[in-house]
Each structure stands twice: as structure tokens, then as C-alpha cells.
Design a protein around this ligand. Structure first.
Ligand code: NAD
Length: 348
């Protein structure tokens, strides 16, 4: 086990961490339970090769805390939790299935005190495999697993529009430029929604061929990896990885708004002040990317019509709008306004 793991868990303000070493695959499983004030800890499962175990655990703990904030911020009765499967190397086929089954058994043994769904590195098919061993996988409709990504994309779209309304005085994407970083499940859907609404979409992906193909399909422009942060645009939408907003990138940004799906976009808390000093309005990640989580909660409440769920993603935009307006009124960062909103809700 990594040197800092006992120290990391002891210093954490969460409820606890369930650890399991999966010997057949050499995978460490961390189920991080942060808060159950509003409901059982609920959050996605991330599967990744990490540089070391401390980073894997820290990722899980930060993401679990983010889920506490996400559920409370968007007004859903769920608690904060997240699971990380820290792989030795990428797994395929039967070996992957075996790990997912054993992980499902571990989740089942928690008797509903942790509920889960997809996250980075885990597909909808993977979650179906996990669900063969546990009842506590979210997002099923008529026995079929629902992919949350289109709902996340719709929520981000709604949040970007709300931010445009507050910052630019007009929420229409028509004629606005939006730089989407990472056009996977969420980013590609977001880029399509924006292009359909008449925005000029600027597309970046580590996979430059993927970026070029989508740019050509949508009549947008591909942006090379080296040019990303200096690209002029109205909105920068990080939809790839965390920590893209940091002391190195923030001074180079040429946008008015940041709003995207990636989790943990700020490398450190003070980056929210750095953005504000530059006059850039930041839509807090855990609010603007809550659409997928919200769609699963709606399914559990019996809202099963896809179009109705898409329509309900307006809740994300409404919440983003309220937070940005409060931040403007109180002369503070949107992160501070969102935190106060969440603390109000958690206090009851
Ligand atoms: P994905 O794996 O389908 O897509 C990620 C894309 O980003 C890929 O195309 C990849 O090539 C690209 N990418 C990776 N690193 C990059 C980099 N440094 N620069 C540019 N491009 C890079 O993932 P996804 O499901 O679309 O999720 C994207 C982000 O949104 C993740 O941070 C995820 O945690 C977050 N998120 C997703 C959901 C959801 O419903 N899928 C919900 C909430 C948050």
C-alpha cells in the first residue's frame, strides 16, 4: 500500500473508505463515503491506472466530496460517494469482467449504503456487468442501462446558456464562440448542441483526428493541443480531464466564461480567485456537470420519458444562473457562492 494512505484517510473529513485488494488483477478498490446527511453516498465508479495509490485514493476522496456538493447543490436527496478501481494496467475481456463482478459483489455487500454508476474509464456496458452482481447500480430503465452522457451534455449546455445570460446579457449561443476541450461522450454531444444553436464551435481533443472529424461534421474548427489555452473564445468548456484551470493556464485564457463537464477543473481552490481577477466567470464544475446524476435521480423517482428528462436538465441552468447572480451580488467567486448554497442545504 502507498506510504500515505493511512494518513490520507485519517485526515479526511468523510465517513470512511472501504478498501479491497483484488488479487487476481492487482487492482486496488477504494469506495470513498463522504457524507450521508441527505441520503446514501452515491457516485460514479472510476477505473484508471494511477501513478501511485495515494493519487488514486486522493482522487476518490476529492470526487466523493464533490458528489456531496453536487447532490446538495442541485437539490437531490443523495449523499457524497465515489469509487476508484486503481488498475495496474488496462484490462480487457474476461479479466475485466471478473474484476467488475467482484467489484459488484463488494458493492452489494454494503447493502445499499453506496450506490454507483459510470465515470471515467467505465462504460455503460461495464456498469451492466457490475449490475449482474449488485442491485445498487443506478440508471436502469425497463431493465436497460441508460447512458448518462447525453443528459450531462444537455445540462452543461443549459448551464453555459445561463452563464451567457448573466455575463453577456443574452443566453443565445448563436454567433458565440465556444471552445470544447475533449470531445468524448459528453464533449461531442455538447459541441453538437452548440453547433445546432448556431454557435461557432472550436474543437480540441488529445486525439487530434477525433477533433478534426467532429469539427468537419459540425462546420467548426479544430484547435491543436499546443494552441488551446491561448485561443480566443466567449466560452471555454473543459470536457476532458481535471485541473486544466491552474496558475499556468489561467493567465493565458482568452475567454469570458468557463463552463464544462470535467470534474475537479480547478487545480487548487485559489484558482477560482485567479479566474475572477482575470474577469473570467467560472461555472462551478460540480453544478454544471450534474445532468447525468440528475437524470439517474429522476429515473429513480419514476420519470422515465427521455424527452422529459432532457427538459428537466434546465434545472442545471437555473442553478448555475442563481449561483452566478448571487456571486455577482455578493462580490465573491462563484465557488464561494456555490459553497454557501450547499452549506445552507446541508445545515437544513
Ligand atoms: P470520455 O472518456 O468519453 O471523453 C474524454 C475525451 O477527452 C476523449 O475524447 C479524450 O481523448 C479527451 N482527452 C483526454 N485528455 C485530454 C486532454 N488533456 N486534452 C484534450 N482532450 C483530452 O469522457 P466523458 O464521459 O465525455 O467525460 C468527460 C469529463 O466529464 C470527465 O472529466 C468526466 O469525469 C466528466 N463527467 C462526465 C459525466 C458523464 O455523464 N459522462 C458526468 C459528469 C462529469
Amino acid at each position: 500500500m502507498g506510504r500515505g494512505i493511512s494518513g490520507l484517510t485519517a485526515a479526511w473529513d468523510g465517513l470512511g473508505v472501504v478498501c479491497r485488494y483484488d488479487k487476481p488483477t492487482g487492482t486496488w478498490i477504494f469506495i470513498c463515503l463522504h457524507n450521508d446527511k441527505l441520503g446514501p453516498p452515491t457516485g460514479g465508479t472510476r477505473m484508471k491506472v494511477y501513478p501511485d495509490l495515494d493519487e488514486a485514493l486522493l482522487d476518490g476522496m476529492r470526487l466523493a466530496e464533490g458528489m456531496t456538493y453536487k447532490w446538495a447543490g442541485i437539490g437531490i436527496p443523495g449523499g457524497g460517494g465515489k469509487a476508484v478501481l486503481a488498475l495496474e494496467k488496462p484490462l480487457e475481456g474476461e479479466v475485466r469482467t471478473g474484476l467488475l463482478h467482484r467489484y459488484g459483489e463488494l458493492v452489494e455487500s454494503l447493502k445499499g449504503s453506496f450506490r454507483t454508476g459510470e465515470d471515467l474509464g467505465i462504460t455503460t456496458d461495464d456498469m451492466k456487468t457490475v449490475a449482474e452482481r449488485t442491485r445498487h447500480v443506478q440508471g436502469f430503465r425497463d431493465g436497460e442501462k441508460v447512458n448518462p452522457s447525453p443528459f450531462t451534455a444537455q445540462g452543461v449546455y443549459s448551464g453555459i446558456r445561463a452563464a451567457m445570460g448573466v455575463v453577456l446579457g443574452d443566453d443565445s449561443p448563436a454567433g458565440r464562440s465556444v471552445l470544447v476541450q475533449g470531445v468524448g461522450n459528453v464533449g461531442a454531444g455538447l459541441a453538437k448542441l452548440l453547433a445546432d444553436a448556431g454557435a461557432r464551435v472550436l474543437i480540441n481533443d488529445l486525439d487530434e483526428q477525433r477533433a478534426a472529424a467532429l469539427a468537419s461534421e459540425l462546420g467548426g474548427e479544430a484547435v491543436a493541443n499546443g494552441d488551446l489555452y491561448g485561443t480566443e473564445c466567449d466560452v471555454y468548456a473543459p470536457c476532458a480531464v481535471g485541473a486544466t484551470l491552474n496558475r499556468d493556464t489561467i493567465p493565458r485564457l482568452k475567454c469570458k466564461i468557463v463552463g464544462g463537464s470535467a470534474n475537479n477543473q480547478l487545480a487548487e481552490e485559489t484558482d477560482s480567485a485567479r479566474l475572477r481577477e482575470r474577469g473570467i466567470v467560472y461555472a462551478p464544475d460540480y453544478i454544471i456537470n450534474a445532468g447525468g446524476a440528475l437524470s439517474f435521480a429522476l429515473l429513480e423517482q419514476g420519470v422515465t420519458d427521455g424527452d422529459e428528462i432532457l427538459r428537466r436538465m434546465e434545472t442545471v441552468g437555473q442553478t448555475v444562473g442563481e449561483i452566478l447572480t448571487e456571486a455577482e451580488r455578493e462580490n465573491e467567486t462563484p465557488v464561494a457562492a456555490a459553497r454557501r448554497r450547499v452549506e445552507r442545504i446541508l445545515r437544513g
